[in-house]
Design a protein around this ligand. Structure first.
Ligand code: 0X9
Ligand code: ZN
Length: 466
């Protein structure tokens, strides 16, 4: 989601750079794209914007549409002059937020030092890359290094595998982490990240969790507790092709959301399926349910549920681990929302919403102490309807009670949106890890009480120290 007002600041911030770029580079390249923001104040403005969306086939970058006062669009250079002329005629203010030529501006050292970074793959090398945005290759190599590093530890199993290949043939890694001392099967926490290419902080969060659980870099006693309480399966990059595509040097690439299948359109700008609309619980491609049957849409649901290798691969691992799975967390960005089902409809209540809310509030409360303001709620009620999400599938089809989607920072009003600076990664992932620990402690207490016959509806009486 992109924020209503915060992006205005971004505009001012980047427009200076745009002017610099414009003076040194040719910005009328016909294949280039600009990210522009339009401001709406009245219903009439909004009607005109809808008209312009149809006329110029504009897809908003942000998919949150309720109570919007600003809209962000990627605009091709060939329609730019005509569109901006219309905006002037309709008296709708607009600003160019970022031009194609500026894209490296957002990519920090990931792009600039790419060749230098890709040379080595030792664990020491990866430790140096900690809290950076990692490329697909770096994530894959890091997991291998961690596995090799912990191989000799007697009480820890870290197994790295692949859930299968993406459309473009990339292996999609997963990690199983388990403290096997007692030989008993523990409840499983299943975590995934990176369904949407542009949400770079999401795989960074999954990598941090893998780091913490398998290497425990701070000798944190909580990590031992967490390993004693749960087994862990983590899929840090569900959409490797979409992610790789966002590292190609252009703003249109950087903001790519979907997978990269070429099966449903011959137009490159229409490739891909929104993987978080492709799961098979109440799958629906009607925009009323937050799906979309137009391959050119950013939220294209695919021709039918599980039409994509990426969602089928994840589904198969979810099904295989279903019997012990007690919690499912899917990381996305941005906005600072801790969401639970249902995504497919705001009209259907989740019968145990209070219990899911209670667990989520352990996170929100902890994060508030660190000055992160999180909203908790059902997706369709709080955000927008979006059928075909992985959390709905895990809850609705697999019956896992505690199924969540977490929209990581920045806040929905931030000026950065998807383009969170790399310098913020460290604080975001370490603070979020702390918030997550509160969730897992609370969950563990609840599960222990359930096992000992306490009715789960008595959770309000549970006194915990989290
Ligand atoms: O729309 C989405 O897929 C998620 N938001 S995002 O901005 N990261 O794209 C929210 C998904 C919530 N869950 C379901 N819709 N089931
Ligand atoms: Zn997302």
């Amino acid at each position: 989601m992109l924020p209503p007002k915060g992006f205005a600041l971004l505009c001012i911030f980047y427009i200076i750079d745009l002017m610099k770029a414009a003076s040194s580079k040719n910005i009328t390249n016909s294949s280039s794209v600009q990210l522009i923001q339009l401001q709406t104040t009245t219903n009439w403005d909004r009607e005109q914007i809808n008209h312009l969306r149809n006329k110029y086939h504009l897809d908003p970058v942000s998919i949150r549409s309720s109570s919007k006062t600003s809209w962000d669009f990627l605009v091709k250079q060939e329609v730019f002059a005509s569109l901006t002329q219309d905006l002037v005629t309709f008296r709708i203010p607009y600003q160019v937020v970022v031009h194609d030529n500026q894209s490296t501006f957002f990519m920090d050292d990931v792009i600039k030092n790419k060749s230098e970074r890709s040379k080595r793959s030792s664990l020491r090398h990866h430790v140096r890359l900690r809290h950076r945005f990692l490329t697909y290759d770096e994530i894959r190599d890091l997991l291998r290094s961690i596995q090799a590093h912990v191989q000799s530890r007697p009480n820890l199993d870290v197994l790295v595998g692949s859930i299968g290949q993406s459309f473009e043939g990339r292996d999609t890694p997963y990690v199983m982490i388990s403290n096997s001392t007692k030989g008993q099967k523990k409840p499983l926490v299943f975590i995934d990240a990176g369904s949407h290419g542009r949400e770079w902080i999401s795989p960074a969060m999954a990598v941090e969790i893998i780091y913490q659980l398998s290497l425990n870099p701070n000798n944190d006693p909580d990590v031992d507790e967490l390993l004693a309480m749960f087994d862990w399966v983590i899929v840090p990059l569900v959409n490797p092709d979409g992610y790789v595509y966002t590292f190609v040097n252009s703003i249109a690439n950087r903001l790519w959301r979907k997978s990269r299948t070429t099966a449903y359109s011959t137009k490159p700008e229409c490739y891909g399926v929104d993987l978080n609309r492709n799961f098979g619980f109440q799958w629906n491609d009607d925009p009323y349910f937050g799906g979309n049957s137009d391959p050119c849409s950013m939220t294209y649901s695919g021709p039918h549920s599980f039409s994509e290798p990426e969602t089928r691969n994840l589904r198969d691992l979810l099904i295989a681990r279903r019997s012990s799975m007690k919690a499912y967390l899917s990381f996305h960005s941005f906005g600072q929302f801790f969401l639970y089902p249902w995504g497919f409809s705001s009209l259907v209540d989740l019968e145990d919403e209070n219990e899911l809310h209670y667990v989520a509030s352990a996170f929100a409360n902890r994060m508030l102490t660190k000055n992160y303001d999180y909203h908790i709620g059902g997706t369709a009620k709080l955000l927008y309807p979006a059928a075909g999400g992985s959390d709905d599938y895990v809850r609705g089809s697999l019956g896992v009670k505690y199924a969540y989607t977490i929209e990581l920072p920045p806040h929905e009003t931030s000026r950065y949106g998807f383009l969170l600076p790399e310098s913020d990664v460290k604080n975001v992932v370490t603070d979020t890890w702390d918030g997550l620990k509160a969730v897992f402690y609370r969950l563990s207490r609840i599960l222990a009480n359930e096992t000992h016959g306490t009715n789960s509806t008595s959770i309000n009486r549970i006194k915990t120290s989290e």
